[in-house]
Design a protein around this ligand. Sequence first.
Ligand SMILES: Nc1ncnc2c1ncn2[C@@H]1O[C@H](COP(=O)(O)OP(=O)(O)OP(=O)(O)O)[C@@H](O)[C@H]1O
Ligand SMILES: [Mg+2]
Length: 217
Amino acid sequence: MNPLLELQNISFSYHEGKPVLKDINLSIRYGEKLAIVGENGSGKTTLFNLIVRILEPDEGKIIFMGKTINSKKGIAFLREKVGFLFQDPEDQLFCPTLLEDVAFGPLNLGFSTSQAREKAMDTLELVGLKDLAGLPPYMLSEGQKRMGALAAVLAMDPDLLLLDEPTSGLDERAQARLEQILLETGKAVLVASHDKPFLAKCTSKSYILSNGHLLLC
Ligand SMILES: Nc1ncnc2c1ncn2[C@@H]1O[C@H](COP(=O)(O)OP(=O)(O)OP(=O)(O)O)[C@@H](O)[C@H]1O
Ligand SMILES: [Mg+2]
């Protein structure tokens, strides 16, 4: 079976500056749970932005579900199936209420208004935020925003979850919920984090980004 995602020889620099990523190769199988560690500024978030094509690689190829992603249509296909939890949840929540934010993805996928609302409420219950569904996101705490953004990602039922520092700012209960969700899901997960105990529980293999290179730990 093809891997779910393959990065082949990806290199990237911001504005022709110093290379941030050099000749990165990575393969993720369906259901596989991988960690990426590395110092602040090592390029973890940059790598995630390249995978979902918020950034364009200078060199290399991204192959998702056997398709080389090289067109707008390909990028739209990939973004439907890859859920990206941003490092800053403020970038992810933009609707008048949390419920609308979480229903936004399912609506885009063609759910009816009532189906999308039901999916959003179920997902908010899963992350422990059902009671806050009607609040505007700016009224949420940092940890609540992160779990709300996670709900928005999960509600789209992606095949691959890209989680950028998902435990940052979470209390013990929220972190336990997150761990349970990841342990129970059959989806593939790529998670960047500095939280080693969390990574040990939820992932089976770790890579480190160092001086632009991605190496197996
Ligand atoms: N928009 C940008 N323009 C120019 N340089 C950038 C930009 N974003 C990030 N960088 C640089 O790219 C490098 C990698 O940053 P990145 O955010 O990917 O690191 P990171 O591994 O996610 O770090 P952290 O652990 O702090 O989240 C850093 O040197 C950073 O200064
Ligand atoms: Mg980062």
